[in-house]
Write a protein that binds this ligand. Sequence first.
Ligand SMILES: *Cc1c(COP(=O)(O)O)cnc(C)c1O
Length: 425
Amino acid sequence: MKNLKQSSKAIHFGHDTKLTQGTRAVPIYQTSSYVFKNTNHAADLFCLKEDGYIYTRLNNPTNDILEKRLAAVEGGIGAAVFASGTAAISTTFLTLLKSGDHIVSSSSLYGGTYNLFENTLSRYGIKTTFVDADHPENFQKAITKNTKVIFAESLGNPKLDLVDLSAIAKIAKTNAIPFIVDNTVASPALLNPIAYGANIVVHSLTKYIGGQGTSLGGAVIDAGTFDWTSGRFPEFTEASASYHGLIYTKTFGKAAFVAKLRLEGLRDFGGALSPQNAFQIIQGLETLAVRIKQHSKNAVEIAQWLQTKEEVSWVNYPGLENNKYYQLAQEYLPNGQSGLVTFGLKGGFEAAKKFTDSVELFSLLANIGDTKSLLIHPASTTHQQLTIEQQLSTGVSQDLIRLSIGLEDVEDLKADIEQALKKTK
Ligand SMILES: *Cc1c(COP(=O)(O)O)cnc(C)c1O
């Protein structure tokens, strides 16, 4: 199993058919809880003396297989899955940080993550400095003695900027700060941030990994590479009051973070993934490698074609040779740049709304990474709560339309865009 290539691991890893009555598909263990053999067995499970299942908020055999597969395809040592990408991200921060701590983050973020940092974590005394990630030295400049996390999206949603992961990872390492990367838009089939020095990778499984728009899910993958014993993370090296004096780095070694994330994060914040959704997401992960190739192929073709349209004022896709991030894309995403394309119309905000209302095959909705093509006008929807300056810093201009290119025949997609463009005149 360990020697398989990535796409084979996505199909087989973590499932021993001998342990599941020979079922070829991963079964759905739809249960909230597990029968203990006796009171001593139960006591040993609760104090972590023995490995085993207690309650599905903490662990579940279906979720387990998904976790092992995700860790394998990202190159980590362990993973935990969550009810959504947002639950994965918020539980990560609530597990790692306390009041007074500081985050340095790229300003190019998914709108929900931006809100979490700017408006919600700040109420708990956790402050974030947002930096322009085009210049990695900006991360260094923003670090203070309280900085406990450096955060970025590998391919920003919706700005579609690529960050120089190696350069940022080097800064994080020098400063003994963990580097957390949201790899949702790129997906593990195109990019593995751990290979470039990321310590923790987070995903919304709702997007390309699930791939069919049926189920919410999230994941956190631990590279096992961060040294928590520097003295800056006492919760990892001092006795934990909630587990009878357990010391995470002593008991779990390299897996200290993912252990704490499950034992405290899932136990106390409760954002567990349902086994039914884990099953759906397992089906998606099995075909991720072939789907993302076709999403990327369709997207680059649409991006190139949009550039020839007279109504269009600009097109943004990192696979276009004239794109600001083309060089970084050659380095980090040589096998495809995923399925998101953004563009603007000469008619601005009003034309963008008209276009969005005129497409027929594309669906107007707030999701990405489906087999079906989707679109949204962020300035009037996902980002309307932000000021215009905040919108610009996260990469949203008034005229921006975000396309999530699906797996339909690309000629049908062009025909739909063509007829909608005509209506904007
Ligand atoms: C969608 C998304 C999230 C949030 O995930 P949910 O599953 O919707 O909670 C986080 N980061 C990125 C980049 C996303 O696209």
